[in-house]
Design a protein around this ligand. Structure first.
Ligand code: BGC
Length: 775
């Protein structure tokens, strides 16, 4: 055991273990003395390491490799296999472990595993360097049983509430770190431009600004709270738009498009201090990103100045030869990925990677100096996380009851805020929603009676389907409605349906409707959990049986509230206009059932706004920021863009009317700032309910050297006004934010006429004057 004694310095713990977070705000707080302490420390550790130690530090294995039984088939109950543990940590000096062995564990199990892993690493591994443990805690501590689980990213985006998202991430960090895990593989900063893609729901939606704002909030939440974890920005770069819509298939993305839609969220989150990036498993323009030096070096390191750790995605070095066929064998794949710039390989189920990397060094194919570059970054991250100074071990116990209660309250609030009401037609002279919780209601549909449907993938298990790991006591939507209605003396009947229900089941629901004679039907459709490859679909249409159910429920003559639970907008054009009310619930998490019930009963008002465009037909998906030609119809009119619901749409139980939008001037220079005054008033609605709205500010460039988007979101703000009241807010929009990526792949603002639009208010025209670089 070398150097170990140096690492256990409890006296330094308090100050050192939080360096990571003060370093989050790189800039003013980044005092030179702290930086040099870090450098001195890292260099002193590096100087003691052998090549074996170094390749070990660059290796990441899944926990499965350390458990008894074979990888992907660990013996139950999971326990560490001391031989495998020593093989990985002591013999191969593995520096990082990730994941669970296939399902969630209680906090005590995590604490036991992490304590033992760190004990072996620090006491028996030659270098004594603590292990960097990483996990996907993407909507709460998803692999800790009993953790607080909130909405998935797509639902968080719908809240348009960055302060709340930041707070949610801060609580998540605490629950993750307390069990001894300091590194989170979150957030996803891929922009969700294609609803067919099975990870669409893991994104913050289709808009680059909203995704950037949310991403920064989440990173700061993870890293800047009292008990922080390191965030990972994933998946760099261009993962979310494969041509086929299927996971990890080829993408053709020109540099200009990469820079327009996919790069900005990463750029913002790097500037916010994220210390790790995970590479896109796919290929762009025929080059797998794991060997793309332009993406991983020129763009990431040189242009964005990223100094943190680049980790591969799952098994992606090996896939370079087994799937992508750009390497002849594993060894060549290792060399190519190292040359391209990866620091750590998420191997994660073999020990060939360190062996091959060592061979490459011995053969002179990879220099030791190249290893040093990566190991320095990895050690730096471990240092920032305080792992060398006591921070590698779990906290003695979990957070206080008050912290837990606050987190639960926040998860419920976030789920409620995400609920997006997209239609609320009048029935008998008043909007159908909210329903009367003292009356009769019948709830049915395949997502009404399963907690897993509310949570989605990465919940308890990778695919989120195993009910054994559901949080005990959390109600499904159906149960939550039953409880809520019971409180008011109403009568709620739930008719459960499995996903593969048939005509006979629909007839049974019809009979239940005849028996109960409800005043409204709540029909809950959507998807069961999935992620990655298993979530690929052949057809964006909602399965036929769910469309049949909607039609059958409409035929009963009882007004229908359609509730969609799912993270990807499936299409159902044949029945989409039938329901009188339409509520998008996304994947609202463990508290989503209650949030749905509260919205239906009118206890809270739906406050979400759609973070994507909902296509009407399976082949007509076009995001809101499309081009003018996307609007040309077969009859040559400009009406081709007819989504089911537009980006940014949603309503509450009271309306906010825009009464005026004015700019401070009509002509601006390129360095000026447009001051936009927006006046609004409560526009009526449910008695006593304030009107809440997200003011969305779009610009339209009238003529540009690259075909302009018809609309581009440039700023947004949540406002609220009490009944009978009026309000006013000023938005400051720098003219420099009205640009685009030009033919030279450079950001440019071209002078000319711009339309500025806030929500449905008619646009205001401004003139921008000055000299700007034109291609
Ligand atoms: C996913 C990543 C995830 C990683 C580790 C991969 O399959 O693409 O998003 O972080 O596994 O679990």
């Amino acid at each position: 055991m070398r150097a170990n004694a140096t690492f256990i310095l409890p006296a330094l713990m308090a100050g050192m273990s939080f360096c990571f977070f003060s370093c989050g705000e790189r800039g003013a707080s980044d005092a030179p003395s702290t930086k040099s302490e870090r450098e001195v420390f890292v260099d002193s550790v590096l100087a003691t390491l052998t090549v074996e130690d170094k390749v070990g530090e660059m290796t990441q294995l899944t926990l499965d490799m350390l458990l008894t039984g074979a990888p992907y088939a660990s013996e139950e109950p999971h326990r560490l296999d001391s031989t495998e543990l020593r093989e990985a940590l002591v013999k191969w000096r593995v520096g990082s472990i990730l994941n669970c062995g296939g399902h969630a564990y209680p906090p005590e199990t995590w604490r036991g595993f992490i304590t033992e892993i760190q004990r072996i690493a620090q006491e028996e591994k030659a270098s004594g360097i603590p292990v960097l443990y990483g996990i996907d805690a993407i909507h709460g501590a998803t692999y800790t049983t009993g953790a607080v689980l909130g909405p998935q990213q797509i639902g968080l985006a719908a809240t348009w509430d960055t302060a709340m998202v930041r707070e949610f991430a801060q609580h998540t960090a605490r629950e993750v770190r307390e069990v001894g895990i300091p590194w989170n593989f979150s957030p996803v900063l891929d922009v969700g431009r294609d609803p067919r893609w099975p990870r669409f729901w893991e994104t913050f939606g289709e808009d680059v600004l909203l995704a950037s704002d949310m991403g920064e909030a989440m990173v700061r939440g993870y890293q800047e709270g009292p008990v922080p974890v390191a965030a990972t920005l994933k998946h760099f770069l261009g993962y979310s738009q494969p041509i086929s819509g299927k996971d990890r298939t080829q993408a053709w993305i020109p540099e200009r498009v990469l820079r327009t839609y996919f790069l900005p969220p990463f750029q913002r989150a790097i500037a916010a201090g994220a210390p790790a990036i995970m590479v896109n498993s796919g290929e762009i323009n025929g080059t797998p990103v794991h060997v793309d030096r332009w993406v991983l070096k020129d763009l990431l390191r040189e242009e964005l100045g990223f100094e943190g750790v680049v980790v591969t995605d799952w098994e992606d070095v090996k896939y370079l030869y087994t799937r992508h066929k750009v390497a002849a064998d594993y060894k060549e794949a290792v060399r190519m990925a190292i040359e391209a710039g990866i620091d750590m390989a998420m191997v994660p189920v073999d020990l060939e990677f360190p062996q091959l990397l060592m061979e490459l060094v011995k053969e002179g194919e990879v220099t030791e100096a190249r290893l040093d570059e990566s190991v320095r970054r990895i050690l730096g991250m471990k240092y920032d996380l305080g792992l060398f100074h006591g921070g590698a071990l779990p906290a003695a116990e979990g957070g206080s009851a008050a912290e837990r209660a606050a987190f639960e309250g926040l998860a419920l609030q976030a789920a409620g805020r995400s609920m997006t009401l997209l239609r609320n037609d009048s029935v008998a002279g008043r909007p159908l929603l909210p329903l009367d919780p003292a009356a009769r209601v019948l709830v049915t549909g395949p997502t009404a009676n399963l907690l897993n449907a509310l949570n989605g993938g990465w919940t308890g298990t990778w695919q989120g389907l195993d009910t054994a790991y559901n949080t005990p006591g959390r109600p499904t939507a159906g149960q939550a409605v039953e409880r809520r209605w019971a409180e008011s003396g109403g009568d709620a009947v739930v008719v459960p349906l499995a996903m593969d229900f048939g005509d006979g089941d629909i007839r049974a629901v019809e009979s239940a409707v005849k028996r109960q004679k409800p005043q409204a039907l709540v029909v809950m459709v959507g998807e069961m959990p999935y992620t990655e490859k298993p979530g690929d679909i052949e057809d964006l249409n909602l399965p036929q049986n769910q469309r049949d159910l909607i039609r059958a429920m409409e035929r009963t003559g009882v007004p229908v509230v359609l509730v969609y639970v799912g993270g990807r907008p499936r299409t159902f054009a044949d029945v989409a206009d039938l329901p009188e009310a339409f509520l998008m619930a996304y994947l609202p998490g463990d508290y989503g059932g209650e949030a749905i019930a509260q919205v239906l009963a009118g206890d809270i008002q739906p406050a979400g706004r759609l973070p994507f465009t909902w296509p009407r037909h399976p082949s007509s998906h076009t995001p809101y920021d499309h081009k003018y030609t996307d609007r040309i119809h077969t009859d040559f009119s400009e009406k081709a863009f007819q989504p089911l619901f537009s980006f940014g749409s949603g309503m509450g139980y009271a309306r906010l009317d825009l009464t005026g939008v004015e700019t401070d001037r009509s002509t601006y220079g390129l360095q000026d700032t447009v001051r936009l005054t927006v006046r609004f008033a409560h526009g009526g609605g449910r008695e006593g309910v304030p009107a809440a709205e997200v003011l969305q500010f779009f610009s339209q460039d009238s003529v540009a050297s690259i075909t302009p988007a018809v609309d581009q979101l440039r700023a947004w703000r949540r406002v609220e006004v009490q009944p009978g009241a009026q309000g006013e807010t000023e938005m400051a929009i720098p003219v420099q934010s009205l640009g685009f990526i030009n033919r030279d792949n450079e950001y440019v603002v071209e002078p000319g006429v711009f339309g500025l639009r806030v929500n449905g208010h008619p646009p205001v025209a401004i003139q921008v004057v000055g000299e700007s670089k034109k291609p």
